[in-house]
Design a protein around this ligand. Structure first.
Ligand SMILES: NC(=O)C1=CN([C@@H]2O[C@H](COP(=O)(O)OP(=O)(O)OC[C@H]3O[C@@H](n4cnc5c(N)ncnc54)[C@H](O)[C@@H]3O)[C@@H](O)[C@H]2O)C=CC1
Ligand SMILES: O=C(O)[C@@H]1CCC=N1
Length: 265
């Protein structure tokens, strides 16, 4: 089964890296084309992928087509490949804000489509991907595509109406969590750690906290209560962070993300 990626940027590479690590696909079965030959060709060469000269060549050589370009380029790309695309060829699209209805308008009324919203942690098989399929994806193909997505992390089926909200607290949130890790790390630097050591400490603490929540099933509030010893240091820190508006700052950031992705700003 040949999987062709149109777009070779951050998200395409994260998914490909994860797929290769999981060994669910062999490198020779992944085709790639992007706008900048000097970027996608070395990436393809380094990983043993097949670099294609055009989007149309890639489309005609692929069984499954992955749309990994920014949303503004989806229409021109789908117009460009119109004569090479078979109307039975499954498409996976990760373009934020582009609905299945819109993708069908740009391809065919019966095009099999899986809309996904992944995140860059997929590169380490630690992704969190939302999926929504249309009715033209036959069971066998859907199973195959879900197997690919499961190879790069956790998968959740969601109605498309939730995609923008999900994207804000998962796709974009990778950056927000790293923003928090960087803030912790800078605080460490303020108190004398070198940046690399402070970042390692902050990142490992974040990783451990996430793993503990997932393994224990505890709520974050329960853990916060455990860490806040009566009359202790942590409650002093929590109160100072709240006074500075941490919760509101996070929710406002998520509001802005959703507004941007739904075009309401
Ligand atoms: N970066 C992320 O964390 C996430 C991104 N996405 C979605 O993934 C898609 C790609 O985003 P990024 O990888 O961040 O962008 P990017 O800018 O890193 O990559 C876009 C790629 O598209 C290529 N491209 C541009 N015009 C093209 C054309 N006409 N034909 C072929 N390739 C062309 C570029 O050369 C580049 O390789 C977007 O639709 C975005 O909404 C979804 C979830 C998370
Ligand atoms: O920033 C963006 O538009 C994309 C969508 C989710 C994460 N990155």
């Amino acid at each position: 089964m040949k999987i062709g990626f149109i777009g070779a940027g951050a998200m395409a590479q994260a998914i490909i890296d994860g797929l290769l690590k999981s060994k669910v696909v062999v490198a020779e079965d992944i085709l790639i084309h992007g706008n900048h030959k000097n970027r996608y060709e070395p990436y393809a060469k380094k990983n043993g992928l097949v670099a294609c000269e055009t989007n149309s060549e890639l489309t005609s050589k692929s069984d499954i087509l992955v749309i990994a370009v920014v949303p503004a380029v989806v229409q021109p790309v789908l117009n460009e490949i119109a004569t090479s695309l078979k109307n039975t060829q499954p498409i996976i699209s990760m373009a934020s804000g582009i609905t299945i209805d819109r993708l069908q308008e740009l391809t065919s009324d019966t095009q099999p489509i899986l809309r996904i919203l992944p995140n860059v942690n997929s590169a380490y098989n630690a992704g969190m991907t939302a999926v929504a399929a249309n009715k033209y994806l036959e069971d066998e193909n859907l199973t195959e595509l879900l197997k690919l997505m499961s190879a790069i992390g956790e998968v959740i089926e969601l109605p498309e109406t939730q995609f923008a909200n999900f994207s804000a607290i998962s796709g974009s949130a990778v950056a927000y969590i790293d923003f928090f890790i960087d803030a912790l790390s800078r605080a460490g630097v303020k108190y004398g750690f070198d940046k690399a050591t402070a970042t390692k400490i902050a990142a490992q603490t974040t990783l451990g906290s996430a793993q503990s929540l997932i393994q224990s099933g505890e709520t974050p509030a329960e853990v916060i209560d455990k860490v806040c010893s009566p009359g202790g240091d942590t409650i002093a820190g929590i109160l100072a962070m709240e006074q500075a508006g941490l919760l509101n700052a996070v929710v406002k950031g998520i509001d802005a993300t959703i507004e941007k992705s739904t075009g309401n700003n």
